[in-house]
Ligand binder design. Structure first.
Ligand code: HEM
Ligand code: FES
Length: 587
């Protein structure tokens, strides 16, 4: 244990916050009633860094929302404080803090720069390194295990190829925010996606990415997402009818598959203006092709040798076939949309879907190829489908074990939109705070994109680690999102922690740690849409049905296939009588 000096006592004035930066971390010092305290953290409410708080009656008050840390009884207080408090000691007029309390070791705090080679490494095989432990379906949990063994920033190698691995939220945030200049997505990953014929917003870099990103973000901005409500509503109604039909069979429901149909139907309307209606059609639907893509990308990312380039196995041929089918479908819609724009030039002023917007852009910018149009539509379909459906499925995994939570969602639905079968408009969606809290809690515990793959564009130092150009980086976000240090009872599903009132915990709550949608300039542009879909689906399902797991909880497993889904999740639905809810609310 090594104390490090952080300030001179004379620098601190009574009842004023004094800021010191230590190893790029902000520490706030406060002298109050003759004792000095050191704090660190973000506002628990919005994750706003606490920089300009002031003191009011002995409490630190957040400038944004007047949050009174450590106050237990004021009107705006909650029981918990998000700030970590550090013991300090004062000697000879200098203030010292215990270095071991920081995530980094005392060595890094004292600014000794490390290189990749200096980082600890978990036990591995001399030749293959850590590859055999990096099981295709369990990559995120392998990282968790290594992290428990050697700490939150370390190195591994896969048959000689080194990777820097981090579960450290501060490090991860800095990498995410330093894109696109300092870091890019891992080139091996972007090449693998390009190899299947796609170069769109997710795997483009530099200027090309900027152009694609602008179009994608505009297509998915809040104003447009609100405009998508009729699409979401019609799809929700068809989905409800489908669930009723499935319920009537009495068979357990493969809810992850059904949710995928829901999100595909919504995303295809947004992407190219046509409802694929996979909800009502079985058989050779686009969803079956889409779902072949992610698992194969996942497999290929860490394959030591690109075997598929020399010898196509059955699974490689299936992938080629799936991609060809998706391409044919998307190209069909591209041709249709081109025809529409030609016949109705006024559409060019107000394109009605993402594809039309891309084609309008193409007319303005001759460098914007047909291939770029196709790639971006493909990327949107891929990015918008699995992620959202898996997140809702995970929420249902928890709800299927907690009937009282289903009841709470139903009661909230009743209160906010009465007899309706599902939320009738955007405003209503915004009021379903408990349902939103359930969605957030599922995203926290089961982030469907738990691993992110990056690469340094240039030599750079982060948190005392010198990262050389081209260093490959993997980080895992599930470890910190479930860590007791950031979330009280971090492993438990407690939606109430997201509500202003009713949180049972007095421990930490740090929303800023949540990176399920990424962060920085490449932050998921589909977040608003995803949240709308999640709240809509969860509210509709719980309003109309009782939900119960049809398998034991431990039989449901996390399967990482680029996105992480609940394997073997089956649920039973039982249609709920409205009369029951009404009388239970009235009683
Ligand atoms: C719960 C659902 C979703 C989750 C958890 C999720 C998560 C993510 C994550 C982690 C990234 C990488 C972010 C980064 O690198 O910082 C991402 C990127 C992206 N997402 Fe989402 N996503 C979801 C839904 C959607 C939807 C519905 C759409 C669109 C229909 C979408 C479109 C995209 C696109 C286009 C990118 C690439 C952005 C870029 O590289 O600039 N996502 N998403
Ligand atoms: S930003 Fe301080 S309480 Fe919300």
């Amino acid at each position: 244990m090594k104390p490090i000096q952080i300030a001179k006592r004379s620098d601190i004035q009574t009842d004023q916050l004094h800021e010191v930066i230590l190893n790029e971390q902000r520490i706030l010092l406060l002298e109050h009633e003759n004792s000095i305290k050191a704090f660190q953290g973000n506002c628990p409410h919005e994750g706003t860094p606490l920089i300009e708080g002031h003191i009011e009656k002995g409490h630190i008050v957040c400038p944004m929302h007047h949050w009174k840390f450590s106050c237990q009884d004021g009107k705006h207080t909650r029981k918990r404080a998000c700030l970590k408090s550090y013991p300090i000691k004062i000697e000879d007029g200098n203030i010292f803090i215990d270095a071991s309390l920081f995530e980094e070791t005392p060595e890094t705090i004292t600014n000794k720069t490390k290189t990749l080679k200096d980082l600890p490494t978990p036990k591995g095989d001399f030749i293959v390194g850590h590859l055999h432990q990096f099981n295709v379906e369990n990559k995120h949990r392998a990282i968790e295990k290594w992290s428990e063994e050697v700490g939150n920033i370390f190195r591994v190698h896969f048959v000689g190829k080194p990777f820097l691995v981090s579960t450290n939220p501060d490090f991860n945030k800095k990498v995410l925010k330093a894109r696109p200049e300092k870091f890019r997505r891992l080139s091996k990953m972007t090449d693998i996606i390009e190899e299947i014929g796609v170069k769109g917003v997710f795997n483009a870099e530099g200027e090309t990415w900027k152009k694609h990103r602008k179009l994608t973000s505009e297509a998915l901005n809040m104003k447009n997402v609100k405009g998508f409500f009729p699409i979401i509503s019609q799809t929700t109604e068809r989905f409800l009818n489908k669930l009723k039909r499935l319920e009537a069979t009495g068979d357990p429901i493969d809810i992850q598959q059904e949710m995928m149909r829901y999100t595909v139907d919504i995303t295809t309307v947004i992407a190219f203006g046509y409802p694929m209606n996979t909800i009502d059609h079985d058989g050779d639907v686009i969803q079956e092709h889409l779902e072949k893509v992610f698992p194969m990308i996942n497999e290929r990312i860490t394959a030591p040798i690109p075997l598929w380039r020399y010898l196509k196995l059955k699974k490689d041929k299936e992938l080629d076939h799936a991609v060809a089918e998706i391409e044919a479908t998307v190209n069909h819609f591209i041709n249709e949309a081109k025809g529409r724009l030609e016949n109705n030039p006024e559409l060019k002023e107000n394109p009605t879907n993402f594809l039309e917007a891309l084609l309008v852009e193409q007319e303005k910018d001759k460098n914007f190829s047909d291939h770029a149009v196709y790639s971006n539509v493909f990327s949107l379909l891929m990015a918008g489908e699995d992620t959202t459906s898996n997140s809702v499925s995970w929420a249902l995994y928890y709800l299927g074990q907690q009937p009282e939570m289903v009841k709470k969602i139903r009661e909230e639905a009743f209160e906010i939109y009465g007899d309706g079968l599902f939320p009738p408009n955007n405003e209503t969606l915004g009021k379903l705070k408990y349902t939103e809290a359930v969605a957030m809690e599922a995203l926290r515990l089961k982030p469907v994109a738990p691993n992110m793959f990056h690469q340094a564009n240039e030599d750079i130092e982060i948190n005392g680690i010198h990262i050389e150009k081209d260093t490959s980086i993997i980080f895992q976000i599930q470890v910190s999102q479930t860590d007791e240090k950031y979330f009280a009872h971090g492993e438990s599903f407690v939606p109430e922690r997201w509500l202003k009132e009713g949180c049972p915990f007095s421990g930490p709550h740090s929303p800023d740690i949540i990176k399920v949608f990424g962060a920085g300039p490449r932050f998921c542009p589909g977040k608003n849409l995803a949240m709308h879909e999640m709240i809509m689906a969860l509210s509709m399902i719980c309003k109309n049905f009782d939900v119960a797991l049809a398998v034991k909880p431990e039989e449901v497993r996390e399967v990482f296939a680029f996105s992480m889904y609940p394997g073997n999740l089956y649920i039973n639905l039982k249609e709920h009588s409205y009369q029951d809810t009404r009388s239970s609310i009235l009683s």
